[in-house]
Design a protein. Structure first.
Lengths: 362, 189, 252
């Protein structure tokens, strides 16, 4: 199949359709409204369901309904809209309801603005909903990856019976570049063992998130966290770029990952040993791989369009193996290749001075 | 032409700056090149200044965000003001001199002043300044072939409404005319 | 000659025992629902959606597939299910705190969309499970744990009349308010719920039945006093009636 020029938001929508998404429930919000518009145009023609819900709260709960029947369904929103869905994310993780959520981040906090940002990393990864739970979070950095990870999101949601979030930002949502759709590459698991369909020739089933008997909730949570350990073992993804001899390693996710890559290319041309480590799954976070990288690096520079959110996971993974610096902009401020280069040059000078002592320690 | 090139296309809403960028990207895809298009978006889209950044390259384009562009196409005066300092040294700026009368501020870039709106009057109506500017840009840079963008326009006409498709001859005339402005040195560069 | 005088509905679990307070209305209503699902032979094709409050433990009583919903969201969960499984019978079982208070927006929009689902809303004019706080349907003057001096309109406004409002939505096929204060009313309640179920079975639109039910524990009354309270007081505010029936012959 040939490459086509496609906008990030529309690529995600078409990929969802290709993945067999039967229902889209959503509420418009910039910068991701094209997803709903695309679905509204195409799903009814395919005999599938499209509803503009009364709120994001309603949207995600409709996804829950579809999910309890084992049907592939999705919603999409941005920042403040995703905030409204947190209650449902927690319920979905607890009741093990599959579903796909696309979050196209904009500037915050509050209504913020509609410019690109990455300040909803905590929102996606560190809850907002109640209790111990985790979304599986996939972070695309190109339109092609947005397509591939949308496919993966539907597959993982059904495989692990857990909500999966595709965490994009306004840059990826709004930009266009050539990409190839290909076919949905996964064979999905049979849902008939657990999905609700009426108690026909089998005992009645329930999919609920209230478990009152003493110990029941802890037992359930422990089992769900064993599942998360399996997700971490099987599904962790990251990109390493020019890391072999890298003294300064950039860490970045999503769109910033690709801007950082442009900076790495320039730094390399100038003879600086700079590489990029880009987590693709944010949960599971590639902490073991990053720790390895940190052991061979002199310094890590974490780059984000926020005040330092993934930074906590980066520091936790690095665990003191090398210093971690942070450079970010937020609320619509963008990092450009020039800005990142300036920071690289500033930090790289420091590294050269300390090279011998660091080598001595090793 | 081999290599890579970045361009910012800017104008007020309705001049088709964003669409011109999309046309350019489609043309790049047709020629098997790598390309990205990144727009300003949102509240600005109604009437205000809009712009998009386009990269065209023989290699992977990591960053859709650019600090400075090889070229800027400024379809109105606000665009000239806003993006004059965004041109790389040695780069050039196509200025719609029908709407922009600012004195050039830089000596390290080239200015191509084209009275797009006035010239458009000479063509079959409606005529499109964004497409005329694209023709000039393609002829000037040689990064893409004029035939390719015409091909893209023809293909696009097949997928749009009949009303829009009927404007294909006008568009083809505009892009050809734009190219001829450069080819025949109708303006001083 | 043997006459069957009592049979436990198939749609109730054999070992499912109601855990409601003495005099509570939930048990009667759940039984009516179970009987009707049996009568329509829908037990194998039903998905029930529980809500938050005393209405939550459906899976402990019903021999039916059950999906749980968070506070006020069961119409959304029901919408998602019905759109995926249009051939299934889908109903929500909610209280006034759930359907008329935290989730009334969802209730109204589900009605306006004309979703082919049924909502049974138990109205006992308070948040029963959490200890009897005032809800949207609490009567003026009613003493609750959050209105210890009685509900004062100048502070907390007036009771919400759910069935009447839902009846105004174009997608609603049937909306009624019933009581279960005596045998006659229980029969009428069953008739109304049956009508509501038929609306869904025939694909005519959204159907909504509000059932006035006693909450002796939180009302601080005996079961008998509670029933009298419904007849003598609550029904004067939340009046009984069929507010919409698109199949009625003498539709105005």
């Amino acid at each position: 199949m040939a490459k086509v020029l496609v906008k990030g938001n529309e690529a995600i929508a078409q990929a969802a359709i290709n993945a067999g998404c039967q229902c889209y429930f959503g509420y418009p919000i910039t910068p991701q409204s094209e997803i709903g518009e695309y679905m509204g145009k195409h799903l009814p023609k395919l005999g599938r369901t499209f509803i503009t819900a009364e709120s994001e709260l309603a949207s995600i709960n409709m996804v829950i309904g579809a999910g309890t029947t084992g049907t592939k369904a999705m919603t999409s929103s941005s920042s403040c809209g995703i905030a409204l869905m947190q209650e449902a994310f927690s319920a979905m993780c607890c009741a093990e309801v599959p579903g796909v959520i696309v979050s196209v981040m904009r500037g915050g906090p509050g209504l913020g603005n509609i410019a690109p940002a990455q300040a909803d990393y905590f929102q996606a990864l560190k809850g907002g909903g109640n209790g111990d739970y985790k979304l599986i979070v996939l972070s695309p950095s190109t339109v092609q990856e947005a397509i591939d990870l949308t496919y993966k999101a539907f597959h993982l949601a059904l495989t692990y019976r857990n909500p999966v979030m595709l965490l994009a930002d306004g840059i990826l949502g709004q930009m266009m570049e050539p990409a190839e759709f290909g076919e949905y590459p996964y064979k999905d698991p049979d849902v008939s063992e657990w999905a609700l369909s009426g108690a026909n020739n089998r005992p009645a089933r329930n999919i609920v998130s209230l478990h009152m008997p003493e110990g029941a909730m802890e037992e359930l949570t422990n089992r769900i966290f064993e599942k998360y350990a399996l997700v971490a073992k099987n599904e962790t993804m990251y990109e390493d770029y020019m890391l072999k001899d890298a003294k300064l390693v950039l860490t970045a996710f999503g769109s910033v990952g690709r801007v950082a890559k442009a900076a790495v290319n320039r730094a390399r041309k100038m003879g600086m040993k700079v590489g990029l480590f880009r987590p693709i799954t944010l949960f599971p976070f590639p902490d073991k791989a990053l720790h390895q990288v940190a052991q061979n690096a002199d310094m890590i520079l974490d780059l984000e369009l926020n005040k330092g959110q993934m930074l906590l996971d980066v520091r936790s993974a690095v665990f003191g193996a090398c210093p971690v610096e942070f450079y970010g902009r937020t609320a619509g401020g963008l990092l450009t290749p020039d800005m990142i280069m300036a920071k690289i040059e500033e930090l790289y000078k420091k590294l050269d001075n300390t090279e011998e002592s660091k080598a001595g320690v090793r | 032409m081999e290599g890579e090139l970045s361009v910012i296309i800017s104008g007020f809403g309705g001049q088709g700056a964003l669409f011109a960028g999309i046309l350019l990207c489609h043309t790049a895809v047709l020629e098997g090149k790598h390309t990205t298009w990144f727009p300003s978006y949102g509240a600005e889209m109604r009437g205000g200044a809009v712009n998009c950044a386009v990269n065209i390259s023989d290699h992977d384009v990591p960053s859709p965000i650019i600090d400075k562009a090889d070229a800027v196409i400024a379809l109105n005066d606000a665009s000239q003001e806003k993006f004059e300092n965004k041109v790389k040294p040695g780069g050039f700026m196509i200025i719609n001199s029908s709407l922009s009368h600012h004195k050039p501020k830089r000596t390290d870039i080239k200015y191509i002043n084209i009275p797009l709106n006035e010239l458009a009057q000479k063509l079959t109506q409606p005529a499109f300044v964004n497409v005329m500017a694209l023709g000039a840009f393609i002829e000037k840079t040689g990064i893409l072939k004029l035939e390719s963008i015409k091909e893209v326009m023809k293909e696009m006409a097949k997928t749009v409404s009949a009303k829009k498709a009927a404007l294909l001859p006008n568009n083809l005339e505009c892009v050809e005319f734009g190219a001829n402005i450069i080819k025949n040195q109708l303006v001083t560069v | 000659m043997e006459t069957l005088v009592y049979k436990r509905p198939e749609s109730l679990l054999k070992d499912g025992h109601f855990t409601f307070c003495p005099g509570c209305g939930h048990g009667v209503i759940l039984r009516i629902i179970a009987e009707l699902i049996d009568e329509f032979n829908l037990q194998k094709d039903t998905i029930a959606i529980s809500s938050v409050g005393c209405s939550i433990f459906l899976e402990k009583f019903f021999n039916l597939d059950v999906a749980g919903a968070s506070h006020g969201r069961s119409p959304c969960v029901a919408t998602g299910i019905k759109r995926c499984k249009p051939d299934k019978f889908v109903f929500t079982y909610q209280g006034d705190g759930d359907a008329a208070t935290i989730g009334f927006n969802e209730t109204i929009h589900t009605a306006c969309r004309g979703e082919h689902i049924t909502t049974i809303m138990i109205n006992n004019t308070n948040f029963g499970m959490t200890g009897g706080q005032a809800s949207a349907t609490t009567l003026v003057g009613q003493v609750t744990t959050t209105t210890p001096m009685g509900r004062k309109p100048e502070l907390t406004g007036y009771p919400l009349h759910a069935a009447e409002i839902v009846s105004k939505c174009d997608g609603t096929a049937f909306a009624a308010r019933v009581a279960i204060t005596d045998t006659k009313h229980i029969r009428q309640a069953k008739e109304a719920i049956k009508k509501a179920f038929e609306m869904q079975i025939k694909g005519l639109g959204y159907s909504f039945v509000e059932v006035l039910a006693a909450c002796p524990t939180n009302w601080h009354m005996t079961p008998v006093e509670s029933v009298e309270h419904i007849s003598n007081v609550i029904e004067t505010v939340h009046t009984l009636g069929v507010f919409k029936d698109i199949t009625a012959k003498e539709n105005l």
